[in-house]
Design a protein around this ligand. Structure first.
Ligand SMILES: N[C@@H](CCC(=O)N[C@@H](CS(=O)(=O)O)C(=O)NCC(=O)O)C(=O)O
Length: 224
C-alpha cells in the first residue's frame, strides 16, 4: 500500500459536532498539527440522531459516534485516539503521540486512563444520568449507572490532580494526546455541570494553562 503523504490527503473530511467533547479532541489535534487547511468539517446533528441513522452506521461508523475521519481514498478512521495517531504521524514528525517507545507507551496509557477514568465516565453520566441527547436518541437509560459513573469521574479528577502535582503535563513534561483527552473530559464536565472539586488546584491550574493554547482557545467548545 502506497505510503501516505500529507499531499495525498489534501481533502480529508471530519464528521463533526463542533462543540462536542470528543470532536474537540480531534479538532485540537488538527490545530496542533496545523492541518486545518486540509480538513473539511461535515456537521452531523447528534440531537436529531443523525449519527444513529442506518446510513451513518453502515457507511461511516458502525459505533454510531463522532468524530470520524474520512481520507481522500474513502478510508474511514473513527475513535479519537486512532484519528489523532494517524494525523500526528502524517508528516513524519509526531508531537502528540510520542517519539520514543517509552513516550508512546506512557502517552497511550494516560490517554486510555483519561477516557476510562474521566471522559467516558462523564459521557455515561450524560447519557444515563441526565436527559442527554433527548428521548429520540437516549432509547435506554439507567440512572443509577449514570450516577455511579459521575462519581467515578470525580475520583478521576482527583487522580489527575495528583498526577499534575508531580509533572507539568498528563503524560510527563511534554504536551501530548493525553492532555487533549483530559481537556475533552473537562469540556464534558462543563456541559453536564460537573464541577472540578476546588481542592484539585493542580488540575485547575493545568486547565487554565491548556485553555491558553491557541489550538484549544480557537475551538467552538471554548467560544466566549
Ligand atoms: N470512543 C469514541 C467515543 C466517541 C463519542 O462518544 N462521541 C460522541 C460525540 S460528543 O458527544 O463528544 O459530541 C458521540 O458520538 N455521542 C453520541 C452518542 O453517544 O449517541 C471516540 O473516542 O471517538
Amino acid at each position: 500500500m502506497a505510503t501516505r503523504t500529507a499531499s495525498n490527503d489534501s481533502n480529508m473530511t471530519v464528521y463533526d459536532f463542533p462543540v462536542g467533547p470528543y470532536p474537540t479532541r480531534v479538532r485540537i489535534a488538527i490545530a496542533e498539527k496545523n492541518l486545518q487547511s486540509k480538513i473539511h468539517y461535515e456537521f452531523v446533528d447528534l440531537y436529531k440522531g443523525e449519527h444513529k441513522k442506518t446510513e451513518f452506521i453502515e457507511q461511516k461508523n458502525f459505533s454510531g459516534t463522532l468524530p470520524v475521519l474520512e481520507l481522500a481514498d474513502g478510508t474511514l478512521i473513527a475513535e479519537c485516539t486512532a484519528i489523532t495517531q494517524y494525523l500526528d504521524t502524517l508528516d513524519g514528525a509526531p508531537i502528540l503521540t510520542g517519539t520514543t517507545p517509552l513516550e508512546q507507551g506512557v502517552i497511550h496509557m494516560m490517554t486510555k486512563r483519561a477516557e476510562i477514568e474521566l471522559l467516558d465516565a462523564i459521557s455515561v453520566y450524560f447519557h444515563h444520568g441526565t436527559p442527554g441527547l433527548g428521548p429520540l436518541v437516549e432509547v435506554y437509560q439507567n440512572q443509577e449507572w449514570g450516577f455511579r459513573q459521575r462519581d467515578k469521574a470525580i475520583r478521576g479528577m482527583h487522580y489527575f490532580d495528583k498526577v499534575l502535582q508531580q509533572q507539568s503535563y498528563i503524560a510527563g513534561e511534554k504536551f501530548s494526546m493525553a492532555d487533549i483527552a483530559v481537556i475533552g473530559g473537562l469540556v464534558f464536565a462543563a456541559i453536564v455541570k460537573l464541577e472540578v472539586p476546588p481542592e484539585c488546584k493542580a488540575l485547575l491550574s493545568w486547565y487554565e494553562r491548556m485553555k491558553m493554547r491557541d489550538s484549544v482557545a480557537q475551538q467552538p467548545a471554548f467560544a466566549k
